[in-house]
Design a protein around this ligand. Structure first.
Ligand code: BGC
Length: 429
């Protein structure tokens, strides 16, 4: 089995501040942990201690020949109180950005990735329209502080995942269960994204740069009916897809608000992203209101279906909304023993490489194992193993394969034989 990456294709990793940095940072996640909601009762205050180990981690990225790195800044760290900015935290992020750039690793900076400072959370966070200016101010500060070191930005990570888990399914802070609130948060995210998109371009162009790229990380799933011949299943799959990802994609990308989303601001329709950023993990199999998993399928440690062709299907769908270069801003899997991750990576990259769509970048989720939100430390997504007692990092087989693929510009027979050939997935049979 061989395939070559497309010309100019870039490979790297993705992460999020709250999941790797550690520290008693007063945000919605430390609060949710203190309230006892994390399944394995591990605290985000531990995570990977990346806040202190950033040089070692960046050196490892360099050693692994990574070309791009997506990571986030922690709002609660930079702005611990409404009226306080921590300049030392800004300097620390600047150093990390500089080290990446000095070694030719291009940074992609995420401004919001599921984490709010508690002072913002307590005001009602993104549920309240009157709060949105706080986020926009923070985003502006970020670009002013880091704009000379980073040209590529993600405004908001997975608006639909955050809004549904926090406001519809009641699983994340603040644990609400309301479709109305879910839709309101999505509308507000769309507004924030569009305003931040314009602001980031404005600020960087005033700084003299013309290479700015701004987008958002759109969590897209394949929604298929459980029984293709059953009209009720087909209708449910279509409705779920629209409510979860269709409406928000149009709102964020084009400024077009269709029900259940409404435009409260008279936003002009246009193009509000410079790339199609996709986080792709799995497929939902639908027969009713809730997601299901296809029977007799390969699955990961969390029971999610492994469906590599889906990465091209969601991208093809998105290209109907906007014809833009595609950046896979996340793709990866929970596999504690790294027993099938090499195959997962190889098959997704194969699907990408053999497609005619303009895939430009692939950010693997994740670099190091890290604190996986509700799952805490117990779900491992990294190319690099982390021992949480000692914080020792050890590159996994999948990490070695990743580096070899970067060096080879794709998959070779030799790499396939050594890492993938004998790998079998677990199934839900
Ligand atoms: C999120 C990550 C998360 C990953 C795996 C994505 O939904 O952006 O923060 O760790 O999926 O669950």
């Amino acid at each position: 089995m061989e395939f070559r990456f497309k010309d100019g294709f870039l490979m790297g990793v993705s992460s999020a501040s709250t999941q790797i940095e550690g520290g008693e940072i007063e945000n919605n996640w430390l609060d949710w942990y203190r309230k006892g909601h994390i399944h394995d009762n591990t605290s985000p205050a531990v995570a990977d201690d990346h806040w202190n180990r950033w040089e070692e981690d960046t050196q490892l990225m360099i050693d692994m020949k990574l070309q791009i790195s997506r990571f986030g800044i922690e709002w609660a760290r930079i702005q611990p109180a409404e009226d306080r900015i921590d300049k030392a935290a800004i300097q620390r992020y600047r150093k990390e950005l500089m080290m990446l750039r000095d070694h030719g690793i291009r940074p992609l900076l995420t401004i919001h990735h599921f984490s709010n400072p508690m002072w913002f959370e307590e005001k009602g966070a993104f549920l309240k329209r009157e709060n949105l200016h706080y986020f926009l101010k923070f985003a502006e500060l970020a670009v002013k502080c880091f704009g000379d070191l980073a040209s590529d930005y993600i405004t908001i990570n997975e608006p639909n995942v955050y809004a549904s888990n926090s406001y519809m399914w009641g699983e994340w802070n603040p644990g609400h269960k309301s479709f109305k609130e879910y839709a309101a948060v999505l509308e507000n995210f769309a507004y924030c994204h569009i305003k931040a998109y314009q602001m980031i371009h404005r600020v960087r162009s005033r700084m003299g740069y013309s290479d700015t790229k701004v987008g958002f990380a759109n969590h897209l799933r394949v929604f298929d009916p459980k029984n293709e011949k059953n009209p009720a299943h087909r209708a449910a799959a279509k409705a779920a897809k629209w409510a979860f990802q269709g409406a928000i994609t149009e709102a964020m990308t084009l400024g077009r608000f269709r029900l259940p989303l409404r435009d409260h601001w008279h936003i002009k329709e246009g193009l509000y992203t410079d790339f199609n950023g996709i986080n792709y993990y799995s497929r939902s199999t639908i027969e009713g209101l809730h997601d299901g998993v296809r029977e007799h399928s390969p699955i990961n440690d969390l029971g999610w279906e492994i469906y590599p062709d889906g990465i091209v299907r969601v991208a093809a769908d998105l290209m109907k909304v906007a014809q833009l270069p595609i950046w896979i801003t996340e793709n990866g899997t929970a596999d504690t023993n790294d027993s099938f991750r090499p195959r997962y990576i190889a098959e997704h990259l194969k699907a990408i490489s053999e497609s005619d769509l303009p895939f430009e970048r692939y950010y693997h989720w994740c670099f190091c194992d890290n604190w996986e939100w509700l799952e805490g430390q117990s779900a491992r997504f990294g190319l690099v193993h982390v021992d949480y007692d000692t914080q020792k990092r050890t590159v996994k087989d999948s990490g070695r394969m990743f580096t070899e693929m970067i060096e080879a510009g794709g998959m070779t027979e030799d790499i396939w034989d050594r890492y993938v050939k004998d790998v079998e997935y677990n199934t839900n049979d």
